[in-house]
Design a binder for this molecule. Structure first.
Ligand code: ZN
Length: 438
């Protein structure tokens, strides 16, 4: 494999729609580091997001560098060109050092017959029974399985190779980290599929360090996992077994690991992920994004006065455009419209009511997952407000930053990397007395 920029074992992707929370986000990583988690911060932003908010990849680099300088972070950090394709990658190449190559568009499109046949001929090791250490059960790969997976993914793997070579030509292969993402597609990839896909990506000689498969279950935006956690756990463990094998067998960097595009806040998966990583001695990359924008809104609401007024105004606008805002995200949100209060009702909410509805604490009876998902996909409203929104953030910087930091540290980094006994959570009789971030 070609040279590459090595990525640390535990890396944490943070998105920041409006580019104002870099320091607050890094602060969460510092707190986790102080408790012994060796976390590598990665700031990620996709082309789609840049388009929605009118920002540029260079802004993300500037934000990350400024945060690192301001807080004196001495360890590594990265800037992730998230979900890029050949047509969109160019303006990311200079400011980014982590590239998430998105080949979802090519999944399901057939590669040439000859390339499918030569792939199968090149990989006799993929035929027959596969039993790997720690695999929940061995599986058998038949010729029709190989043809099916190659039919689905070979063109996508070739496309990933093309994009990697393009970036390497401009930037130099040793100057960046490569991720390949296949998560934005309809059907989850089973561990068997992942093994075959890894063989294809190895043929392309991509020194890939993270791969984002689509896991089973629903990864709705900003809310917890919907699906059988036990099934996810088995799949995640089996994927780790496959990754271990692929490192040995196909010469991937020893740093190759899974990337979980979480859509933010998959709290019920953190414990199973942490335990699986421990069992395999493996690392992980976990991406979050929109959770930080929601903390900005929570901070504004908590601030009261004009901050609360702006949070209410954003809700009112979002509520008036619910179908328009939700349409592009249909496969990653489940909003119950009956559970969305009217704009008039929200205009009468106190700070505490707004914060309770929005903050991701399912034990709070005021928590409303439909409101949370609607606001998650409504960041375009704040983008439309432009300077008015940014000025509100600046006015209420302290309370916003506190929420951003606490959220990433308490609800994400701690349970994912350090562990937190769910049983130890306080059983509440009086909601008002329980710390909000417990
Ligand atoms: Zn993704």
């Amino acid at each position: 494999m070609k040279s590459f920029l090595p990525l640390g074992k535990f890396s944490f992707g943070m998105g920041d729609r409006f580019g104002q929370q870099g320091r607050a986000q890094l602060h969460a990583c510092i707190k986790a580091t102080e408790l012994g988690a060796d976390v590598v911060p990665v700031w990620n932003k996709s082309n789609r997001e840049h388009t929605f908010v009118g920002s540029d990849p260079a802004d993300v680099r500037a934000e990350a560098d400024a945060a690192v300088k301001a807080l004196g972070w001495k360890k590594t950090y990265h800037v992730d060109a998230d979900h890029i394709r050949l047509e969109t990658v160019d303006r990311f190449i200079s400011p980014s050092d982590f590239f998430t190559i998105d080949v979802a568009e090519s999944i399901g499109k057939p590669a040439s017959k000859e390339s499918v046949q030569s792939f199968i001929a090149r990989h006799p090791e993929l035929s027959g029974k596969v039993s790997l250490p720690h695999l929940s059960e061995s599986f058998e790969i038949k010729r029709e399985d190989l043809e099916r997976v190659a039919g689905q993914f070979l063109l996508a793997a070739q496309e990933a190779g093309k994009i990697h070579r393009h970036i390497a030509n401009v930037k130099g292969a040793s100057n960046f980290i490569t991720e390949v993402s296949m998560d934005e597609t309809d059907h989850p990839q089973r561990p068997m599929d992942l093994l075959v896909i890894l063989a294809m990506l190895a043929d392309e000689k991509i020194p890939m360090q993270t791969i984002a498969p689509k896991f089973s279950g629903r990864f709705n935006k900003g809310v917890d996992y919907v699906g059988e956690v036990v099934r996810f756990e088995r799949e995640f463990n089996d994927d780790l077994a496959v990754i271990d094998h692929a490192i040995q067998c196909y010469g991937f960097p020893s740093t190759l690991k899974l990337s979980v595009h979480s859509g933010s806040d998959k709290f019920s998966l953190y414990e199973p992920i942490r335990l699986a990583l421990k069992k395999f001695g493996a690392g992980v990359h976990l991406k979050t994004a929109g959770t930080t924008w929601l903390e900005e809104l929570i901070g504004l609401a908590e601030a009261g006065g004009d901050g609360l007024a702006m949070a209410r105004e954003i809700y009112a606008y979002a509520h008036g455009h619910v179908d328009e805002f939700c349409a592009p995200y249909a496969s990653v949100i489940d909003i119950n419209k009956q559970r969305l209060p009217s704009a008039e009702a929200v205009n009468a909410w106190t700070s505490e009511q707004f914060v309770s509805a929005l903050r991701h604490d399912p034990r709070n009876p005021g928590y409303n997952a439909s409101v949370r998902q609607l606001l998650h996909v409504s960041f375009k409203v704040a983008a439309k407000f432009g300077p008015r929104y940014l000025q509100a953030l600046a006015r209420h910087e302290a309370v916003v930053a506190r929420n951003v930091t606490e959220n990433l540290f308490e609800r994400h980094l701690k349970p994912l990397l350090l562990g937190r006994s769910r049983q130890a959570a306080p059983v509440r009789s009086d909601h008002s007395k329980v710390p909000v971030t417990a």
